[in-house]
Design a protein around this ligand. Structure first.
Ligand code: UT7
Length: 352
């Protein structure tokens, strides 16, 4: 590794996305789980009309490889020095998915590990990449966020099944200068484990190992106490985003791209209003993709329609909230990289 360059800023120089091709509308989710709900309730209470579902056999790692390849292609740099994968749906409980993704991208030998911060995972990983670059530990970090919540959500649970979709996105972060397009200006991260029961998979971990888990036929499924999470999400994302703005020295009215975690359109509206960012500067994809967990913010960053509106180096504010509880916000200059999309990469037969 090169000697430390502690004057370096972390700059997003490549952006990639990978979505499973299968589009599933609200009526199809309702029919699949025989849910007591309707299209109007889901649209009005969440803002979601459709989402992508990965086909059986397509894993988080398969989406992550597609997104990572796309980000490397967008940047033109094929040799990142580290790979971070934000996910809460890894291919296996053990080992981490990141080394396998690195291997499949032809990056054997570089450090690669998973970051488990649920829906805040992308911003946690981008913050880690920023710190590593500012410390001079490495000059390029590939940050991938990928989740396949359809593998953990109970299709018969009307409070979660309509909300979540599958997807992955990635950015290449490179040492550069603080005034460049894509440069990270300020970070705010936090957690509150007293709310760890609000978003959880009860069984299958070391607290309740699969073979001794309490009898609960649905204990291996993802659970969310939506109403309580909603209130925390609005409060924490607003506080955290304000903290990032203060650290950057930016007034909210100077932000030209506000991207919140795509959990619920009403949450996003509430946070945007509280921050004082007018709707024309807010961007999202929840109507088309639902909540893609860690991938939700970078999938908006990778949307060509957003790049058609926001100009390189304009001020952008990203904020997320998720299980843990965790939250994170990042202020950055809008990147000049052109986003690239790729397909899920099928697992090779030798993978377990
Ligand atoms: O990604 C991590 C962060 N996640 C979030 O931030 C998600 C936060 N939570 C939410 O987005 C919302 O709470 C939900 C979309 C999950 C639920 O919407 P809500 O408007 O907050 O509903 P609620 O939880 O306040 O529940 C109101 C009623 C309940 O019935 P009762 O107890 O009043 O009889 C729910 O059972 O709405 C019921 N409900 C539904 N009704 C029809 C919940 N989901 C549905 C549904 N269709 N799909």
């Amino acid at each position: 590794m090169r000697p430390p360059d502690t004057t370096a800023a972390a700059v997003i120089t490549g952006i990639g996305a990978c979505l499973p091709p299968r589009v599933v509308d609200n009526d199809a989710v309702i029919a699949r789980g025989a849910l007591l709900t309707d299209d109007t309730w889901i649209r009005e209470r969440t803002g979601i009309a459709r989402r992508r579902h990965a086909d059986a056999g397509t894993s988080t790692g398969d989406l992550a490889v597609g997104a990572g390849r796309a980000a490397l292609s967008s940047s033109g740099d094929r040799h990142p020095q580290m790979l971070l994968l934000a996910t809460s749906t890894p291919d296996h409980p053990c080992p981490a998915t990141a080394p396998s993704v690195a291997h499949r991208l032809g990056l054997d030998g570089i450090p690669a590990f998973d970051i488990a911060a649920v829906c805040s995972g992308f911003l946690y990983a981008l913050a880690m990449a920023t710190a590593l670059i500012r410390a001079g530990t490495c000059a390029t970090v590939l940050v991938i966020a990928a989740d396949t919540y359809t593998t953990i959500v109970n299709p018969r649970d009307r409070e979660t099944a309509p909300i979540f979709g599958d997807g992955a996105a990635a950015v290449l972060v490179t040492a550069g200068h603080e005034d460049e397009p894509g440069a990270v200006s300020a970070l705010d991260l936090g957690s509150d484990g007293s709310g760890s029961d609000l978003i959880t998979i009860p069984n299958g971990g070391s607290r309740h190992p699969r073979h001794t888990a309490p009898a609960d036929p649905d204990g291996h499924y993802f659970r969310m106490r939506g109403r309580a999470v909603y209130a925390h999400a609005v409060r924490r994302m607003t506080q955290s985003a304000n903290s990032a703005l203060q650290q950057a020295g930016w007034a909210p009215e100077t932000v030209r791209a506000f991207i919140g975690h795509q959990a619920n359109q009403r949450i996003l509206d509430s946070v945007g209003d509280r921050l004082g960012i007018v709707p024309v500067h807010r961007f999202g994809n929840i109507e088309e993709l639902g909540n893609t967990a860690a991938a939700s913010i970078p999938l908006v960053l990778a949307d060509p329609a957003v790049h058609a509106v926001v100009k390189p180096a304009e001020r952008a504010l990203l904020t997320a909230f998720g299980g843990g509880l965790t939250w994170a916000s990042i202020a950055l200059n809008w990147p000049s990289a052109t986003p690239v999309s790729d397909q899920p990469s099928p697992s090779s037969p030798h993978l377990p």
